[in-house]
Design a protein around this ligand. Structure first.
Ligand code: NAD
Length: 481
């Protein structure tokens, strides 16, 4: 069994408590690693190491071009170790091996992208009304950035924060989910190997209440970049507000995937499947509400059910598997409880609706791909994030009705529209209150484009050139001659 240590100031150390958290493989139920159960003392040491590094000449004497070079080195190491990292990620959260392989490739691309941006952050020279008076702006790093990440995509969601934060010249403390911390420690190891000076990247792990809260309320943390659920996000945001810390929040979703009757139905069926059943539905951007125009509703559902029935469910390390297990036991129970809620609310279960156990299903932490029809948008199954392979199908008649349903949610992370009518597509793009809208596709993302939520799905953006600004502050410089 692997034992990971905390990374503080480029040194590996045991947690102050000498307590550890087992990492359980979702498919087999086997404990395959243990990670530090860090506490407030460890949090303080990690933040102080990052703060010291932020003010050290080892870091401040590096030019933006030098920081870009370090990030390029890191990206090349991620590429070198992609298979190993993917394997660790897959053992941690039970994602399909094919899904994690793609995520590792993307992780390296993200780091290359921000490596290239590091020395392209430019201020302005602002024209002044009087001769002899000059003003220019500089964009400077914030200081210590705390990255708190969830269990569904540990490396990817850490990289989304780390790459722009380091490119901008900040230092970091990484706090992965207690369920899936191993791959973040491996990432820390690669940061040390790439040559980042001591304290620039630190990693601690453990529970939100024990280490997440002391980190979030630490006065030397300048910014918190959080991805996770609403409850944790609220705690972190309140802690941040007490010290006026900067925040980026990437939270949940209940995205509407709208199919009009003029859509390419076969493509839309594929999109609906990718939307909700990728990563067994454990993605923030899941298209968990499928809105079908009434004229195609029944035929579409028949086709969808027939396609999903063909999905190969099982061992996520098998490259032929299409739907894997639920990532951890408490979440498995939560997903099943939502299936009961939907049944009790009167939704019609046309596929799945139960756990899967038996030979080929490991410890049996699988939820059958589940489709509910007859869902009304006011039901809990349509309003609350399940974060599992559970699809709510909602019928609509007109475009206005579809848009009203799509926007009738506290969330606003993403949405999609399937139609051959460009006018209709663009009208919907304008009207959907979400940070990402896909037309005739679902789930496209890139390091080059912004991603984030409207409403309770988040604050700020990750990805694209604008995300580096989330890790910078502007200084206005006056010169008189
Ligand atoms: P979670 O909120 O339970 O945990 C996320 C992280 O926050 C973990 O590291 C956890 O230890 C930490 N945490 C929890 N309580 C804390 C506290 N009081 N103080 C400080 N840290 C605390 O979320 P999860 O169950 O790990 O992940 C699932 C959630 O993440 C879903 O709601 C999903 O939508 C969301 N998510 C969002 C995105 C996005 O980009 N919008 C991406 C992936 C996941």
């Amino acid at each position: 069994m692997n034992t990971y240590q905390q990374l503080i100031g480029n040194e590996w150390c045991d947690p102050a408590s000498d307590a550890w958290i087992d990492q359980v493989e979702p498919f087999s139920g086997e404990v395959w690693a243990r990670v530090p159960r860090s506490n407030a003392e460890d949090a303080d040491r990690a933040v102080r190491a990052a703060h010291k590094a932020f003010n050290s000449t080892a870091w401040t004497s590096l030019s933006a071009t030098d920081r870009g070079a370090l990030l390029r080195k890191l990206a090349s190491l991620i590429e070198r170790d992609a298979e190993k990292l993917g394997h660790i990620e897959q053992r941690s959260n039970g994602k399909l091996i094919v899904e994690v392989a793609g995520q590792m490739r993307h992780a390296a691309q993200w780091v290359y992208y921000y490596a290239g941006l590091a020395d392209k952050v430019m201020g302005n020279v602002i024209p002044m009304p009087k001769p002899g008076v000059f003003n220019f702006t500089r964009h400077e790093p914030l200081g210590v950035v705390l990255a708190i990440t969830p269990w569904n995509s540990p490396i990817a969601l850490t990289i989304w924060k780390l790459a722009p934060a380091l490119a901008a010249g900040n230092t970091m403390v990484l706090k992965p989910s207690e369920f899936t911390s191993a791959s973040t420690y491996e990432l820390g190891r690669l940061c040390v190997e790439a040559g980042f000076p001591p304290g620039v990247v630190n990693v601690v792990s453990g529970y939100g209440a024990e280490v997440g809260e002391p980190l979030s309320s630490h006065p030397l943390v300048a910014k918190i970049a959080f991805t996770g659920g609403e409850i944790g996000g609220k705690h972190v945001n309140i802690a941040a507000a007490k010290d006026f810390k900067h925040v980026t929040m990437e939270l949940g979703g209940k995205s509407a995937n709208i199919v009009f009757d003029d859509a390419d139905i076969d493509q839309a069926v594929k999109g609906a499947i990718a939307g909700i059943f990728s990563a067994a539905g454990q993605t923030c951007m899941a298209g968990s509400r499928l809105l079908l125009q009434d004229t195609i509703h029944d035929a579409f559902v028949d086709k969808l059910v027939a396609e999903v029935k063909k999905a190969r469910i099982g061992d996520p390390s098998d490259p032929d598997t299409q739907i894997g297990p639920i990532s951890n036991r408490p979440h498995f129970e939560k997903v099943l409880s939502y299936i009961d809620i939907a049944k009790n609310e009167g939704a019609n279960c046309v596929l799945g609706g139960h756990a899967i156990t038996g030979p080929g299903y490991g410890q049996g932490q699988f939820v059958a791909p589940t489709i509910f029809t007859g869902v009304n948008n006011s039901m809990r199954i349509a309003q609350e994030e399940v974060f599992g392979p559970v699809l709510s199908v909602i019928r609509f008649k007109t475009m206005e009705e579809a848009l009203e349903i799509a926007n009738d949610t506290n969330y606003g992370l993403a949405g999609a529209v399937w139609t051959r009518d460009l006018h209709r597509a663009l009208y919907c793009v304008e009207r959907i209150r979400a940070g990402t809208v896909w037309v005739n596709n679902y789930r496209a993302t890139s390091f080059a484009t912004p991603f984030g939520g409207y409403k309770r799905s988040g604050i700020g953006r990750e990805g694209g050139a604008e995300a580096i600004k989330e890790y910078l502050q502007t200084k206005s410089v006056w010169i008189t001659t």
